[in-house]
Ligand binder design. Structure first.
Ligand code: SF4
Length: 343
């Protein structure tokens, strides 16, 4: 793998719970509780998990939308989690974000030309007004929107077109990394695919790294290089896409994958229904955080917290099953999420 553009080391974000407006801290929400990963230049890493697992908090922590509790965020070799605002500013240009809701991300009182010109001006990238206009036109080309649409207002576009404008705005400062936080979740199925294709094309054209935060494994399956699965504030599995989809090594990933439709006609994965709800991040379960819902939990799982360890080349999982003999490990085979044929 080439040099990472982003490294996240043992990141923690604990939000204090206060009793009343002036009250003291009565506890913490352990939203992110020791997350590490890296993204290479030009790579897509997808961060997946159910809502509330902490994946969006990871994205916001990287963007420095709040201070982190512990850990490090390193952008292209420079630690940014403790940088002073003045030093951070040029680094901010290098990482941009696209959020879920394009309508609330765009100021309704600005025409597209101004929406795109704003970040270019903010970072002082244009030499003069002709250069600014040229850059705005190029951004419209990049996201496959007609140049003359720069005179229109956000409400005159469809949801998918508005998301293209958000992507163009994110591209305006010429970043190295774009964080897509549920960026296609609110869109119709066909529009989702178009935006995903656009992101893939842009990645190839510009060598961008993408952190793609999503609860939707079906979307991720077609567009990512690697996948990191989060559960209750921790990463439980990281693997190259093909390996993870063909043979998950964590029972939670296996259950998530079992809900993803299989494209082959006449085939379906055996659906694994997890029991119970996700426990509260205020009081995560002792031992393995997944033990309250895991179909394979055994005594050790209720006591010891499993570390994220390599199970095969580039494939990491946090599960005690991998310390057991293969015959007692249901995830040791080539295919964890069973695919059964309907006859
Ligand atoms: Fe399940 Fe135990 Fe593995 Fe946790 S460590 S995922 S409870 S088998």
């Amino acid at each position: 793998m080439s040099t990472p553009i982003l490294e996240v080391n043992d990141l923690k974000k604990h939000f204090p719970i206060r009793a009343g407006f002036f009250g003291g801290t009565t506890g913490y929400v352990y939203a992110v509780d020791g997350v590490s990963f890296s993204i290479a230049k030009g790579e897509t890493l997808s961060l997946v998990g159910e809502s509330g697992c902490g994946k969006s908090t990871v994205g916001k922590a990287i963007l420095r939308l709040f201070d982190i509790t512990a850990g490090q965020v390193v952008l292209d070799g420079q630690r940014i989690d403790d940088m002073a605002p003045g030093t951070l500013r040029p680094m901010r240009r290098r990482m941009q974000v696209v959020f879920q809701d394009p309508f609330s991300s765009l100021n309704p009182r600005m025409r597209v030309r101004d929406l795109l010109a704003e970040p270019i001006r903010n970072f002082g990238l244009a030499k003069d007004s002709a250069d600014l206009e040229r850059r705005v036109g190029e951004l419209m080309d990049r996201v496959r929107l007609p140049r003359d649409a720069v005179n229109r207002w956000p409400h005159e576009f469809s949801g998918g077109q508005r998301q293209r404008i958000c992507i163009a705005r994110a591209l305006a400062p010429e970043p190295d990394l774009i964080i897509c936080d549920e960026a296609v979740s609110a869109l119709d199925v066909s529009v989702k695919a178009q935006i995903v294709n656009l992101l893939q094309d842009l990645q190839k054209e510009l060598g961008l790294a993408l952190l793609f935060i999503s609860h939707d494994l079906a979307i991720v399956e077609h567009m990512t290089h690697r996948v990191a699965v989060m559960y209750l504030g921790k990463i439980v599995e990281v693997a190259p896409r093909r390996q993870l989809f063909a043979a998950p090594k964590h029972p939670y990933t296996e259950a998530l994958l079992s809900a993803v439709p299989v494209p082959e006609p006449g085939a379906a994965r055996e659906r694994i229904i997890l029991k119970g709800d996700v426990p509260s991040p205020i009081k995560p379960p002792k031992g393995c955080r997944f033990h309250t819902r895991c179909p394979y939990a055994f005594d050790r799982c209720r006591q010891d917290e499993p570390e994220l360890r390599q199970t095969e080349d580039g494939h990491f999982a946090a599960c005690h099953l991998h310390d057991r003999p293969a015959a007692e490990n249901p995830l040791a085979g080539a295919r964890g999420a069973a695919v059964i044929a309907h006859h």
